[in-house]
Design a protein around this ligand. Sequence first.
Ligand code: MN3
Length: 257
Amino acid sequence: MTRRTALKMTVLGLAAALVPRVRAQTTDREWNALGRGEIPFALPPLPYAPDALEPFIDARTVEVHHDKIHATYVKNLNKTIADVPQLYIDWKYQNITADPSSKANRWLEELLRNLDSVPEKIRASVRNNGAGHYNHSLFWRMLKKGGGGGPKGELAEVLNKTFGGLAGFKAALTRAALGQFGSGWAWLTAESGRLRIEALPDEDTPLSLGRQVLLGIDLWEHAYYLKYQNQRADYIAAWLNVVNWDYVGERYAKLKG
Ligand code: MN3
């Protein structure tokens, strides 16, 4: 036997040993769905009608942003996971008691918090498509019809203390958002109880920097170009009128509790 043949047999042997192990832990239907990139992640439905954020964010922009752009992040993320199915299966069976509905999303948070431990082969895609899915899932819930104003209770207090009031907060967020060159997001985050505003490029999520996300504004042109063209400042000012401060307050209360 040549060395090359021996190597080939070893590789085939390893593959044969691996496949039954993976398959034994999952059903054929799930295995096939994973291979087709239909699971584990799903596009969450919009929590309101596409025109709910009018006139501040137009319906067409919301439709394209959710149904096409966010959907593509989910599709690509699932395709990425299909390249390393054992990673998902291992995680799933370690967490068999977890609530099935939120299982995949909690796994995504874990991956994004520990990007360095994600296999190198899929790291860039998880960083882009995974964070894209995570960020947008929050984004839709951070907005609502008849939103705007400011937070109440404890979050209002800490916002006052950190930014000198709601106007100070809005000015700081706007400054960060306008200062982000090209695509990215501006974020209100918390780390060890301290609030901060920061802008990050592309889909990079503050979760990967060890921070908790409270609020984020998508600064990609796809988020505003149809209505505001290149006028990012106008979009930011309008967007502040649809912020769902109740949801942001809940997120803050949860990380304090
Ligand atoms: Mn977007």
